[in-house]
Write a protein of this length. Structure first.
Length: 328
């Protein structure tokens, strides 16, 4: 292992393991730095304006502003957590955490998604109370605060969108900001309706519509991050197709079995398999070819490949056709 722990972080060090090269590690590190800066700046913007929006919502009597301020409070905590997760994920692996800390960013995304569920429930409950008991709203003040909030949220979205959009933790942070942005748009529309018609129920009605949009986004984040935390296979993974491809593309491979895949984070898929070789096939040559095929064809830069010699007919071979994944 190198002094900075890079080999442990990539899972290297045992027979059959492989990892990406220097270029991939440099790109991964650069992406982490960019994401950390983007999320940190968005957290500062969100936390600062949250106080302004809360005070403005109370002064104007607007549920849309108060709800969006409550959402921004959760967003500030979520963005701060995401920033912390990115910082910790940069730490090298150690003897107890041999895969490093990348999974923490997935956990942050999962918690952020659950927090959005809670915010949505609070907005809907408050909106129902406002619909049954409408309260006057100061449209002019509401409009001014909502426009300022829209500017802040657009700036936060622009900063976050310059990061790595494939990162699930960053996508969760972007969804939080989009929820705030939609809340500001809804508040602007509600303020214009109130100023033009004096119809106060538009304020809680638009709050409910924004909450439903937030709920849809929250479900997607929770579903995707939960799938990774449960060691689900990467998107598009087809064990039978991969087994058949390797058996057909790599000379000397008679059968692929015990094929498993999961992800440490959405950028770090892992795969393990057992390859049964035809007689007279060099194990190390076959192992290297299988790893190369997994990386080039399927995007698995980290693979653990176990090699077994083909069983003699009298020993009770499985009888499965070449390339067919054997049942576990």
């Amino acid at each position: 292992m190198t002094p900075d722990g890079d080999q442990l972080r990539d899972g290297h060090g045992g027979d059959g393991h492989d990892h990406g090269g220097h270029g991939q590690g440099h790109s991964h590190s650069h992406g982490h730095h960019a994401n950390t800066r983007a999320v940190g700046f968005a957290a500062l913007l969100t936390g600062g304006f949250m106080i302004v929006e809360l005070l403005g919502g109370i002064a104007a009597g607007s549920l849309a502003l108060i709800a969006d301020a409550g959402h921004m409070l959760t967003d500030f905590a979520a963005l701060a957590f995401a920033w912390f997760a990115f910082r910790v994920a940069r730490r090298p692996a150690d003897a107890r955490r041999t895969y490093g800390f990348d999974r923490l960013s997935v956990m942050a995304a999962f918690v952020n998604g659950l927090a959005l569920f809670a915010v949505t429930a609070w907005i809907m409950i408050e909106a129902v109370e406002r619909l049954t008991d409408p309260r006057p709203v100061t449209g002019g003040l509401m409009l001014a605060v909502a426009v300022a909030g829209l500017v802040v949220n657009i700036l936060s979205f622009w900063v976050l969108s310059r990061g790595d959009r494939e990162n699930l933790n960053l996508r969760a942070a972007i969804l939080h900001v989009i929820g705030d942005l939609l809340g500001s748009v809804g508040a602007i529309f509600a303020a214009l309706v109130i100023l033009g018609t004096g119809w106060y129920p538009i304020d809680p009605i638009l709050s409910v519509l924004v909450a439903l949009l937030i709920l849809r986004s929250a479900w997607r984040v929770v579903r995707e991050s939960g799938h990774i935390l449960l060691e689900g296979s990467p998107a598009g993974f087809d064990a039978a197709a991969i087994a058949a491809d390797i058996a057909g593309a790599v000379p000397g491979v008679a059968e692929i079995c015990h094929l498993h895949a999961w992800s440490i984070s959405e950028e770090r898929p892992m795969v393990t398999l057992e390859a049964i070789l035809a007689p007279a096939t060099d194990p190390e040559t076959a192992r290297a070819a299988i790893k190369a095929r997994l990386a080039e064809r399927f995007g698995f830069d980290h693979a653990t490949v176990e090699i077994k010699a083909a069983a003699k007919p009298s020993s009770g071979a499985s009888g499965l056709p070449p390339g067919r994944a054997r049942p576990i």
